[in-house]
Write a protein that binds this ligand. Structure first.
Ligand SMILES: Cc1cc2nc3c(=O)[nH]c(=O)nc-3n(C[C@H](O)[C@H](O)[C@H](O)COP(=O)(O)OP(=O)(O)OC[C@H]3O[C@@H](n4cnc5c(N)ncnc54)[C@H](O)[C@@H]3O)c2cc1C
Length: 310
């Protein structure tokens, strides 16, 4: 289903943000990246603004600055080709560099916060450009202050990542080490391996619509964890024990379950896909609710969506 907005604005240079008459724009104003973590549930009454600023610049100390509109995987491919370490485990994550710093994207044991050096943004509150130190961004699992108390305040125009010529492979997650046995480790080899693993498990956004992981993996206290039957996979994190939401959803019998055109992806139940290409937002939200209710009833655990509903 198609949705519309009152106004769509494409910004291609920072100066354009300084000359915008913000008060005259249809409200609210939201910033769109690649749209890969958003579920538009209805028409949007305000302005959708996309920062299409491109460019990848390598600095002498191997920091690399990307315009917010650079496709994140293009940056990963560029870094791997240059032989620079840092983002290789994050290969093939959809979306743009601007959003990478909002979402704290992560995969295979690496989060983008591990390689962030600087964020440049337009501060709508102060009406000026600022540099934001990543240490102040409150990064956690798929979250940051950009998603909470800073929501709507900053429009990110560039992100600087700290890369390295020194090998620093992270191999202890998701079967990477096994897949790399007997291979000479380079950023490019790791990138290709990660891409292969991801293609096996996840729907290709060019073919099947999805927003990636629909739910966050829940972190529960030890007493709740101990009550769960079936020996769930888990690992200890700050604040409790993290359990894969995919396992909980599968235990509730939802692998492959459908609601109209919406489907729990059979190969990875954490993902809800638009299986027919015709699924309505209501069908997706309906399936989301069924999954949340089933996991709550069986395990007493509340799943929260990772996907932002607009
Ligand atoms: C098939 C698939 C697989 C995925 N796998 C992963 C994965 O492994 N790991 C992972 O972490 N995520 C994953 N995702 C989720 C998604 O790729 C990330 O959340 C990504 O960062 C979204 O980028 P985007 O540019 O599409 O942002 P959008 O979805 O457009 O926006 C996300 C948020 O960022 C804000 N935003 C975007 N750009 C800016 C800007 N310039 N300034 C200020 N705010 C901005 C938006 O307002 C919104 O709140 C996956 C998604 C899909 C579809």
């Amino acid at each position: 289903m198609k949705v519309s907005c009152a106004l769509y604005l494409e910004v291609e240079a920072e100066e354009e943000l300084l000359t915008l008459d913000w008060d005259s724009l249809p409200q609210p104003v939201m910033v769109l990246g690649g749209g890969s973590n958003l579920l538009f549930t209805k028409d949007f009454p305000g302005t959708v603004l996309h920062v299409g600023i491109g460019g990848i610049t390598r600095h002498a100390d191997d920091r690399v600055t990307c315009g917010a509109g650079v496709v994140f995987d293009d940056f990963c491919a560029w870094a791997a080709k240059e032989g620079l370490w840092g983002p290789e485990n994050l290969s093939l994550i959809p979306g743009e560099c601007g959003a990478s710093a909002v979402q704290n994207i992560g995969a295979y044991g690496v989060e983008v916060k591990d390689i962030l050096a600087d964020i440049r943004a337009y501060d709508r509150k102060e009406g000026r450009f600022v540099h934001i130190d990543p240490a102040t961004c409150g990064y956690g699992y798929r979250t940051s202050r950009f998603k909470t108390e800073w929501k709507g305040r900053y429009i990110i125009t560039a992100v600087t990542y700290r890369l390295s010529r020194e090998p620093r492979p992270v191999l202890d997650y998701g079967g990477i080490r096994k897949a790399l046995l007997e291979k000479t480790l380079t950023p490019l080899v790791i990138r290709d391996t990660i891409i292969g693993i991801r293609r096996e498990k996840l729907p290709d956004p060019a073919v099947t619509g999805s927003a990636g992981s629909f739910f966050c993996n829940p972190v529960v206290p030890e007493d709740v964890f101990k009550k769960i039957e079936g020996n769930p996979p888990h690992y200890e994190v700050e604040g409790g024990i993290k359990i894969p939401a995919a396992w909980l959803i599968e235990q509730c019998g939802f692998k492959g379950a459908r609601n109209g055109g919406a489907q729990v992806y059979p190969k990875q139940p954490l993902v809800i896909v638009n299986a027919t290409g015709e699924a309505s937002p209501q069908e997706i939200i309906g399936l989301e609710k069924q999954v949340i209710d089933a996991v709550q009833a069986k395990f007493g655990i509340t799943l929260h969506p990772e996907v932002e509903h607009v």
